[in-house]
Design a protein around this ligand. Structure first.
Ligand code: ZN
Length: 156
């Protein structure tokens, strides 16, 4: 019988051990937004977290611990797409309406429900495997503020 724990076999790619543990790590960073409603491309920050993790093949989770900002994956090549999302969600969820919430930002909460608080993307060959036109966006709906983003990368 072998002594000590048996480590699960890892992928054949020979990737180095990630900082902070076997096959997983968390990175937190902050993003300062400039407008009340604003999509900000955070892809490069997420790519940094994936690189730091040392994970070769796995999954990347991006989570935002806020109730009036979310994250989503959509087109990053043409900045007009992000602008269209901002302006059309503003039409879909107007700031002034018959809301109960007294804080005055019910539209921000509802838009956050629409985009969600997290997104996931595959990690392949040590790289974030987004589609050609995809980027990861922080979606600010009640700015300007400083927001926290948490990125977890785990091997599969
Ligand atoms: Zn509120």
């Amino acid at each position: 019988m072998p002594r000590g724990p048996i480590r699960p076999s890892r992928s054949a790619s020979g990737s180095p051990s990630p900082v902070g543990g076997e096959g997983k790590s968390w990175v937190t960073f902050e993003v300062t937004t400039r407008r009340r409603a604003q999509l900000i491309d955070i892809t490069e920050r997420v790519v940094e977290a994936v690189t730091r993790s040392g994970v070769a093949d796995g999954v990347c989770l991006v989570f935002i611990p806020h109730t009036t900002a979310g994250v989503t994956i959509n087109e990053g090549a043409d900045p007009d797409v992000a602008r269209d999302i901002e302006s059309h969600l503003a039409e879909l969820v107007p700031k002034e309406a018959a809301f109960e919430h007294a804080e005055g930002n019910s539209d921000s909460h509802i838009k956050t429900v629409l985009v969600g608080p997290s997104c996931t993307a595959p990690v392949s060959g040590g790289k974030l495997a987004l589609g050609t036109w995809q980027a990861i966006f922080l979606c600010e709906w009640d700015g300007p503020r400083t927001r926290k983003v948490e990125v977890g990368v785990s091997s599969l």
